[in-house]
Structure formats: C-alpha cells, structure tokens
Design a protein around this ligand. Structure first.
Ligand code: SR1
Ligand code: MG
Length: 417
C-alpha cells in the first residue's frame, strides 16, 4: 500500500489491501474475486464490507474532514490511532464485547476488523420494535468493566498517567463533544437545528441560567476529570446486536473522563428510543416501552453489581487501597457505595445533556428524525427535552434507576405542547 494517505474507494480497495496477509488469509489471495460495498452511514468515516470466499471483514478509514458536514470542517486522520488504542484496551478489559482488530495502518488511518454478523445497529432494532435479550446486562457490565479497569482503582498510577498522556494528543475529537454536546444546544449556534414547533421549549431552556451553569460544570468535569478511559460516544448507533447478543463498536471518541459519562450517554439514547416509540408503533406500544425501561433498570443494576464485584476482586490500583481498609479490618463497601452514588449523579446529568443535544445541536438521531411529520415529532421531543432539564437540575435527587424510570413514565404522559 502507498505511504501517502489516500481515501479508499470500492474500486481501489481490493488491489490496495491485497498484500495484507490478515485480509487475504480470510478472503482469499485473488483480490479480483473480492466484493466491496461502502456502508458508512455515520457522521465521520468511510466504512466498507469486503467479502471473499465465505468470509468478510470491515475496513474503516478516517476521512480528513467531518463527513456529515464536508471538507469545510477538517478533522485529523490521527483519530484512527486513538480508535485503535481504544479497541485494544476495551478488548482486554471486557470479554467478547468489541470487534477483533485484524490490522491497523496509521498512515492510511485505516482499521481492518471483524465483520459482526448478523448483528445490526441497535438503534435500528429499537426503532423497529425488536427485542434484544440481555441488552441491559451487557451494557451495564461493559460500562462497569471499562470504567473500573481503566482507572486507578485497577491500574497502577504510572500506567494510568502514561495512558492519559497518550490520549492527551487527541484534541479535535473531544472538542467536537465539548461544542456539540455541552455548549451549542444552549445558544443559537451556527450548526444547530431544531424542530421549529419546539421554539417555546427551546427558548425556555436557553434562558435558564441555572441549567446552563450546571451543564458547564459537567463540561468542566468531562474535560478535566481523567477518572477512566471512556468510549466517549456510547449511543445506540455504537452498539450492534442480534436478538441475543450485543457488541460495542466505534470508540473513536475515546478519551479520559468521568466514570458516569458513558453510562449517562447510553441511558439517554435508551430514553430517546422510549419517548419516540408512539410514532413508530401502536399495537405493542406499551409492552415495548416497558421493555426499554426494563433495559434501563437492568443496565444500572448490572453496572453496580459488576462494579462492586470488581471492587472486591480487582482493586489493585492506587485508589482506595486494601492496605487502608481490609488490611485494617475495615469494610470498604460503604466507600464503594458512595463512589457509585457519585457516578450515578454524574450519569443523570450527562444523560440529560445528551437528551438535549440530540434535538437541538448538529447531530440528531434517527429515533426522532425518522418521524417525518414535525407535528407528530414535536410533542415527543418536548417530553424528552423537559425530562433532560430535570435530570440536569436534579441529578443528585434521582438516586436510583427506579426514580429515573418513574420520571420517564411521568414525562411520557405529559402533553407539553
Ligand atoms: C460532527 S460529529 C457529530 C457526532 O457524531 C458522532 O457520532 C458523535 O456523536 C458526534 O457528536
Ligand atoms: Mg461513531
């Protein structure tokens, strides 16, 4: 492959990747027999499925700009390096939860990885009303394992600080989140868009100084608090599922940040799936919405259970050392519960912020956007926006998942517009 970065095309890909043993050993050595389709429907990258023989791989290549916007918004290719770092770390911190990486080419900003089959993007399953067994358990465990094992609860201080150093070179990707998630939703930023029927709700959110202050406080935590390596963009488009198995993909927004961030983001996406359901189905609406709420409950329960298990069995880092607790005959479970409570509070506020940005900022989600009639969409988005505000403003009062679920049920009945 040439040294100079060049975006792949379906036509150029087979010849350009033909010398990679990790690919030809799977697809066959005659690259003229491979077939390629570009399937990237995300906001940033090229993604190809390459098939040959009885096998297939995914080839993901970064573009030097934001695909969603075009070359007026340049974005460094080095983000592929961080995605590869994140995939490697997640693979070692979880079991069977992320795709295998077969090859990484830094120059070409390209990762060849396992083609997850027959998995599909979870967001599409949620829009279609499909059930995924074990989803909450999987997500909660993934968040707990990555949060715990990427922190100084588990890692040595030197290793963790060195890794924070590695990720500190990544500036532009966190800057996207800092702007699109935490800042733009709360003023009339250039790239924003929202349903005009929501004007009154949006104007009330944007004039709430207390709300903006809390969101900026959460941004400060996000930007300055290096508790653990985050996935950084854990929404239902970053999870692929069959009816019985799920995997997490796309960690290109990985950075060090607060432990409650991924948990809050993914919960927001479950809640948006929940609020958007009345426009996607009628006959089984109640059952399906209840299932989504059950998934949220299971996610939080699995997070706590796994975190507490790791606390007891893998607390080998600098923080809360056993020398200070167990070896003194002191029970540390209260310290663990108190840490879990503060993670939960952060997660509630991050959840509310993500619920806002997906209706107000640049990158909306299909749960709402697929509802073509703005008049049908607006009341559902308004429930979502108003619950988001309450989560941000009352984060510490929503001290367990049952309160969160009760709040969602309450907002789901409200006629806001
Ligand atoms: C310009 S990138 C917009 C969004 O896409 C990614 O998936 C992240 O969620 C980002 O905020
Ligand atoms: Mg993504």
């Amino acid at each position: 492959m040439t040294d100079v970065y060049e975006p792949l095309t379906p036509e150029s890909l087979p010849a350009r990747l033909s010398t990679l043993e990790s690919v030809s050993s799977r697809l066959g050595t005659d690259h003229t027999q491979w077939s390629v389709s570009e399937i990237g429907d995300g906001n940033l990258n090229l993604v190809f499925i390459v098939s040959g023989g009885n096998d297939s791989v995914i080839v993901k290549q970064a573009l030097p700009y934001v695909r969603l916007v075009g070359d007026s918004w340049p974005l460094p290719l080095y983000r592929a390096f961080y995605e590869n770092c994140a995939l490697t770390r997640q693979a070692s911190r979880t079991s069977n939860a992320v795709p295998d990486v077969f090859h990484f080419d830094e120059q070409q900003a390209l990762i060849v990885m396992e083609h997850l089959r027959p998995h599909v993007i979870l967001r599409n399953k949620l829009i279609n009303g499909e059930y995924v067994s074990g989803l909450g358990q999987f997500v909660g465990k993934f968040c707990a394992q990555t949060a715990f094992r990427g922190s100084e609860l588990s890692m040595s201080s030197a290793d963790k600080k060195a890794d924070v150093g590695v990720f500190s070179g990544n500036v532009e990707i966190p800057a996207i989140t800092e702007a699109l998630v935490f800042t733009d939703p709360y003023f009339d930023a250039e790239m924003n868009n929202h349903n005009p029927l929501l004007d009154s709700v949006v104007s009330s959110l944007r004039s709430n100084v207390e709300l903006k202050s809390v969101v900026q406080r959460m941004l400060m935590k996000f930007a300055s608090n290096t508790e653990t390596m985050l996935h950084g963009d854990l929404h239902s488009g970053s999870i692929m599922s069959t009816d019985t198995e799920s995997k997490v993909i796309d960690p290109e927004f990985a950075q060090y940040g607060p432990m409650g961030f991924d948990l809050g983001m993914v919960t927001a996406n479950f809640l948006m799936a929940y609020f958007s359901q009345p426009a996607h189905r009628s006959s089984d609406l109640d059952d399906y919405q209840q299932w989504i709420l059950d998934v949220i409950g299971e996610t939080f329960s699995a997070f706590s259970t796994e975190f507490q298990r790791l606390w007891k069995s893998e607390r080998t880092g600098m923080l809360y050392p056993t020398a200070l607790f167990e070896e003194q005959g002191h029970d540390s479970s209260g310290a663990c519960d108190s840490l879990l409570a503060s993670i939960h509070t952060d997660a509630m506020a991050f959840c509310g912020i993500e619920m806002h940005r997906r209706c107000l900022s640049l990158a909306h989600n299909a749960d709402f956007e697929n509802i073509e009639d703005p008049g049908a969409r607006a009341p559902l988005e308004a429930r979502n926006l108003n619950m988001g505000a309450q989560l941000i403003l009352q984060a510490s009062a929503i001290s367990d998942a049952s309160l969160l679920i009760g709040m969602a049920e309450d907002f789901n009945k409200r006629d806001v517009l």
